[in-house]
Design a protein around this ligand. Structure first.
Ligand code: EPU
Length: 346
């Protein structure tokens, strides 16, 4: 077992902040994972599970043992009804996995193209984009539950999924997700509920009513490319400028509050929810207060999308959190809305 000490995490967080892990290990098998956890137990080290680091703000060194899973295997099990169970190991970069499923003529994950991070972290925040949330495609999660020292195969109903939330997010570092299984097929129907996606396809005269599985897969591949184009037009590439995607969740308010805001701000972007409440576009709230492109030292707000905080280089997680706090305070004062931070803050 190769435990490193005072290991730099700069390459392991998409903000690119300089921070260290007190102890660090990469593991690629169940045996190595159990050995690493046993060592942490005997040394009384806290454990921190690190995926792709694309949803993480590092404000200080991480104490204890940071475990990074690297297994990238995928397996395909065809079912008698024509669907396929696809299992991906936690260390596979999510977008590579999406591309691989489409190359294997399996539709269902195309709207989730180009989301940064590794497959093992995808269920933690129940990744969602362009009308699809991970839980709607998920078959099961295989995880090691540390408190009971047992392996569990968890169905979506065991995972307490909601918008950007899950049992894994609620109980940090309690479950070690090693594999994620999806139920996909050539004829998984396309989801075109997201206006910008639908408009882009219509503008290119794409037939969105496929008549057979082959046409459906062709459409799924076009959707994937269209999502990639939309994301690239508004979201900064973490390889070029440090960021963690959306920094805040889109807040949900009651209908009366939404009506009051709409009366004062006719351009308010608001989406009614099935429970009668209303989800607001946090990006719009922040943008309206003039924060787009805001810069304070080495950190700030992206020029194209106010929901994304960025690190220009040479800054710290603490500086970023001070900008986040400034935004939270101003949004609260102006709209009476409490923004919640989306990434994990250490
Ligand atoms: N808007 C503004 N100004 C801005 C940003 C947005 O006015 O600076 C307005 C837009 O014009 C639009 C609305 O706000 O009317 C919503 O914006 P957008 O379509 O860009 O989506 P979002 O609500 O900002 C969410 C997810 C994204 C996901 C997209 C597409 C959250 C917190 N974010 O963003 O997820 O890709 O929808 O489904 O739910 C992520 O989690 O990292 C992420 C990028």
């Amino acid at each position: 077992m190769n435990i490193e000490h005072n290991h730099s995490l700069q390459a392991f967080n998409s903000f690119g902040f300089t921070a260290y892990a007190e102890h660090f290990i990469t593991v690629s098998s169940d045996e190595q994972l159990l050995e690493a956890l046993a060592t942490a137990n005997s040394e009384k080290w806290p454990v921190f599970l690190l995926g792709g680091g694309s949803n993480l703000v590092l404000t200080r060194p991480i104490p204890g043992l940071v475990i990074h899973l690297t297994n990238q295997e995928t397996t395909y099990q065809q079912q008698s009804d024509g669907t396929t169970l696809v299992t991906v190991a936690a260390g596979k970069p999510w977008h590579e996995f999406v591309v691989e499923t489409l190359d294997n003529d399996l539709a269902g994950l195309e709207n989730l193209s180009l989301i940064p991070g590794n497959a093992g972290a995808a269920p933690v925040q129940n990744i969602g984009a362009y009308g699809v949330e991970l839980n709607t495609r998920l078959h099961s999660v295989r995880a090691y539950h540390r408190a009971s020292a047992s392996w569990q195969t968890m169905k979506p109903s065991d995972c307490a999924f909601s918008y950007r939330d899950s049992v894994f997010k609620q109980n940090p570092n309690e479950f070690v997700i090693t594999h994620v299984t999806f139920l996909l097929s050539a004829s998984t129907p396309a989801v075109l509920s997201y206006a910008a996606l639908n408009q882009a396809l219509t503008a290119n005269n794409i037939n969105t009513n496929p008549e057979n599985a082959a046409d459906n897969i062709a459409l799924a591949k076009i959707i994937s490319q269209t999502v990639i184009n939309i994301r690239q037009s508004k979201l900064p590439d973490p390889k070029i400028i440090g960021n963690a995607g959306s920094f805040f969740k889109n807040p949900v308010v009651d209908a009366v509050h939404a009506q009051t805001l709409k009366a004062a701000h006719p351009n308010l972007v608001a989406y009614p929810q099935p429970d009668g409440r209303v989800k607001l576009a946090a990006g719009w709230l922040i943008d309206t207060l003039g924060f787009k492109g805001y810069r304070k030292g080495n950190v700030g707000v992206h020029t194209e999308q106010a929901l994304v905080l960025v690190h220009h280089g040479g800054g710290t997680g603490e500086e970023l959190m001070s900008v986040a706090q400034e935004i939270i305070t101003k949004v609260d004062a102006n709209f009476d809305v409490r923004l919640e931070i989306e990434p994990v803050v250490v």
